[in-house]
Each structure stands twice: as structure tokens, then as C-alpha cells.
Design a protein around this ligand. Structure first.
Ligand code: SAM
Length: 233
């Protein structure tokens, strides 16, 4: 965006976020995610995939000590700028999944990850694809987040993430249990069916083992879940 093109701003809960051209503005999933993030002052929190910093800034405003990461340089720059704009400290780092926080532990690890199942041929390597595409079954990043979480949480720590229900509620709970978490679905919400999902509807129906999508016709809505896993103290 050139200087003469204006500045796109997103205002939410009294915080203001600058939205650069190449970083997605917050969507329904982002708002659902932050609505179920609870932090206490002083808690050490890791957000993986911070985008323009909505969750990271709001958690820092609540007094959490936030490390926010993203694999896309423009997202890292946007979160840094938005933290400054809102007068909060966020430690923003560039890198893939847990690479920027090797050896560190947190009270909460959270993510609203890219999770749209992506058929072969639809994968790309631009910033928009990084925000949406979740690999063939939607779990590509999430599986790595779940697998790595126990090594990045303190005893009693929590992992919290969003999923589309068609990724599998039971599957999510089983994945968390397999890594030693006590799992729970903490919220569910009906949202508009994502535009990108229409292009991939046949692929989504094939993956929808728990039958959350109508078997025929055009879905208008999708169920979204916030899932939490808790380690024993
Ligand atoms: C759905 S967007 C969520 C953005 C923001 N947290 C929100 O809720 O609006 C997913 C974010 O994850 C980032 N991302 C994708 N792959 C990643 C990876 N391997 N490691 C870290 N971040 C990643 C994307 O660049 C994008 O900013």
C-alpha cells in the first residue's frame, strides 16, 4: 500500500490494529479464539501464528507476558507495530512452529492455526496460504503444535486452539489425550461457511469422518470449536 492509498485499521475491544496489505485482517475465527483466551497477570503465554497480533496484544493488555511467533515476516512486523501502537510489550519472533522458542516453557500455548484442508494442487507458499492452508487433512501445523506442546508447557500448563468441527471433535480430544493432556471442548460457535471451503467442498466431505457437514447441498454455516488440553500439575 503506498502512502496515498490510505491505512486500513481494525478496532476491537478498545484496541486498534493496523492491517497491512499482506496480512489477513481478523476474521470470525480470530474473534472466537480471543473470546475464549483467559490469562492472568504475569502468566507466560506463547501464541503460535500471531497474524497481525490481535490475541497477542489483547493478552498483553491483560498483563500476560506474551511471546508471539509467525512464519511470515510481514506478520511479525505487523504484530510488533501493533503492540507499540497499543502501548504493550510483546516479544515477537519469526520462525516455524516452536523453532523460535526452543527450550522455553509457558503457562499457556495457544493458536488459531491455518486449518483449511488443502487438496494436492491447491498448496501455495504465499502469506495468504500460510494463514489458511492446513495441509491435506487440515492438521499439518496442529499436529506439530500438539506433539511439541508438552515440552513447552510447565506442569499444569494449558494448550488451547481452534478447529473447524469437520476436522473432528473426537479426533482432537484423542490427539490431546495421546500426549498426556486432559482434553475438553471449551466452546463451540456457528459461523458463516468459509469462502475458501466452497472451492474444496468435495475434499472436506471426504475428510468429515464425524459427519458435521450436510451430505449434499451447499452448507451455509460451519461449526467451529475451541479445544483445550491441560497437563497435570
Ligand atoms: C489463521 S491465521 C491466525 C492469525 C491470528 N492469530 C488470528 O487469530 O487472527 C494463522 C497464522 O499462522 C501463521 N503460520 C502459518 N504457518 C505457520 C508456522 N509453520 N509457524 C508459525 N506460524 C505459522 C500464518 O502466517 C498466520 O498468521
Amino acid at each position: 500500500m503506498g502512502a496515498g492509498d490510505g491505512v486500513l485499521l481494525y478496532v476491537y475491544r478498545g484496541a486498534t490494529f493496523r492491517v497491512p496489505d499482506d496480512v489477513q485482517p481478523p476474521k470470525a475465527g480470530s474473534r472466537f479464539f480471543v473470546s475464549h483466551l483467559t490469562v492472568r497477570p504475569g502468566e507466560r503465554v506463547l501464541e503460535l501464528g500471531c497474524g497481525l497480533g490481535l490475541a497477542a496484544v489483547l493478552m498483553a493488555r491483560e498483563g500476560a507476558r506474551v511471546v508471539a511467533t509467525d512464519v511470515v515476516p510481514s506478520a511479525v512486523a505487523a504484530t510488533r507495530a501493533n503492540a507499540i501502537l497499543n502501548g504493550v510489550d510483546v516479544d515477537v519472533r519469526l520462525g516455524d512452529c516452536y523453532a523460535p522458542v526452543a527450550g522455553e516453557r509457558f503457562d499457556l500455548v495457544c493458536t488459531n492455526p491455518p486449518q483449511m484442508p488443502t487438496p494436492s494442487g491447491a498448496a501455495r507458499d504465499d502469506a495468504a496460504a500460510a494463514a489458511d492452508n492446513g495441509g491435506r487433512d487440515g492438521w499439518a501445523l496442529l499436529d506439530r503444535v500438539i506433539d511439541g506442546a508438552p515440552a513447552h508447557l510447565v506442569p499444569g500448563g494449558r494448550l488451547l486452539f481452534t478447529i473447524f468441527a469437520f476436522l473432528g471433535r473426537k479426533r482432537a480430544l484423542a490427539k490431546l489425550e495421546a500426549r498426556g493432556f486432559t482434553p475438553a471442548v471449551v466452546a463451540s460457535e456457528t459461523q458463516s461457511f468459509p469462502r475458501i471451503g466452497y472451492e474444496r467442498l468435495d475434499h472436506l466431505r471426504r475428510l468429515d469422518a464425524e459427519g458435521t457437514l450436510p451430505a449434499s447441498g451447499t452448507p451455509r454455516t460451519v461449526e467451529r470449536l475451541v479445544v483445550e488440553g491441560r497437563l497435570s500439575a
